[in-house]
Design a protein. Sequence first.
Length: 236
Amino acid sequence: MPKRIFPLRDGTFLVSYRQYDEYENKGKASFVYYVIQDNKGHIVSDPVFKQKGLTYLVHEKPGGNMRRMHSFPFHGKPLLAVSGDDYLYTARTEKFKIDVYNKEGQLVSTIQQPFDNRIFAKDEVLARYEETNYMWQLGDGIALEMIREADNLPEEWPALEAMFFDDEDRLWISTIVDDFEIFQWWMLKKSGEVITKFEWPRDHSIEKVRNGKLYTRETEEETELEEIVRYDIKVI
């Protein structure tokens, strides 16, 4: 199934395709594949490259009459952002390491930054998820049961959470730090040089940066409705 679409300068599109049979393939690696498609939707390239996909935990009730699956944020995931000159910035979130490819899928450079990952503490995560009723949609207590039953929990949290380019071709990367209420955001030049870092509330999700403005998705406390909020950007 197609997942994300990135427009390229020549009028074609980089499209990601993700497997949707994770349950049937549990225990095996799933992958995200990237291909070039024209403006009529025809695939015009072999896969440019692939990334390892998400890790899912699965819960089954005795008798096999109910199955639930979920990808938790403490497992790694693939990230991809496309620069204005069509270079593909790819990462696995476990490390602060970004591989840069051209659109033919050839590796041209790597960006790395020193980063101390937060230690994963199972009891701490269970307590926090119980307090916040994390993923109640799965069913009462099922998310917690998935974690208790899992035999593939990580030793550390991932380093990265999200990554995108703004309209000035600056690379924005959110990182996971000790304080669960915030992300630390890094702004980089395309070369990997750090422009600035800042802390930002997790519940003010940064959606886009355009024309010197930062746009976030927030929930209004009184009405509990989502709204888009605009902030001015000043890089010091």
